[in-house]
Design a protein around this ligand. Sequence first.
Ligand SMILES: *Cc1c(COP(=O)(O)O)cnc(C)c1O
Length: 378
Amino acid sequence: MSTPLAPQILSSSLEDLVTLFDVRPSDSALPAAERDALVASSPKFGTVFTDHMARVSWTAADGWRDRRVEPYGPLQLDPATAVLHYAQEIFEGLKAYRHADGSVWTFRPEANADRFARSAHRLALPALSVDDFVASIAALVRTDEAWVPTAEESSLYLRPFMYASEAFLGVRPSLEAEFLVIASPVGAYFSGGVKPVSIWVDTQYSRAGAGGTGAAKCGGNYASSLLPQVEAQKHGCEQVCFLDAGTGTFLEELGGMNVFVVRADGSVETPELTGSILEGVTRSSIIALLGDAGRTVTERRIPLADLLADIESGAVTEVFACGTAAVVTPIGRLAGTAFDHTIADGGPGAVTMAVREELTGIQTGRVADRHGWLRRLA
Ligand SMILES: *Cc1c(COP(=O)(O)O)cnc(C)c1O
């Protein structure tokens, strides 16, 4: 069963925590007119970055120190830096949203902070406090507030990450680490309306196994998902869905998104967290919103064979994927070596689109935040 994403409370006010960050302004910030034009051009995901980055350094001897916001720029790494050899690295993904009154908010950052701490534990990296995680984001967003887009469905994507920075080839946890947050303005994920994607169900490769790092958000999981992703594209699909590594029969998730199944009777199912699935903040939020709407949401192991039979019979009417970057993405087609199924009429389903609308509405301030998920950053 799922352990709900623990609500973590900051130890003091965000105002006080942000003052711990020393802001070192860039002397090569993009001129305002150029910046505004760039932000308004709805840049492709992850290609444009703001003027600054937040950074905190760690050593085993001194702990976390030197909290700062500094000019965005290249990192200089010794060729022996541990992360380059043993992939001791974790990351997060969340967004800052501009509301109609100009204020800037983020969504459930404590849940990301909590997951980051769990990922750090699994990768033998030092724990970063929820205070430092949330304050680093607030410090960066305040410094680069002008980069938060205003257009509908646009946001400032935030990428906190931590890597083993000790220059040492021995195999043991690094005694030094760097934590950074970079920020990237992004336009609507689907330009010209939400379009369903095709999914390749991979039976050759797996993403994560029992006891592995599947529940941690680490770069290594993504490295192993890239080849299957290329295979999916060869089969005319945009994304890959992985099955459980143990038996190859149960639905797990996509390379970077969780999955949901909507049944004709209105109930909803999602694969239960078995230790090899990443617990999405979007997943947990959708479970709550669907529950609020009176739907039965079941977390269980979903056999692929049953899902395919239910799609054929019409007992399953919608399948969708979810994650911070794309929010909610309808899945129109599931294909594999022995099958190729269109789900219902292949178009976006009503339940999928309603939950997408509600979630983006809360994030952007159009719908009441009855769960208290938003945190004001600026
Ligand atoms: C980040 C991620 C997700 C989605 O998580 P969100 O918190 O909803 O963004 C799902 N699966 C994997 C493998 C991920 O890395």
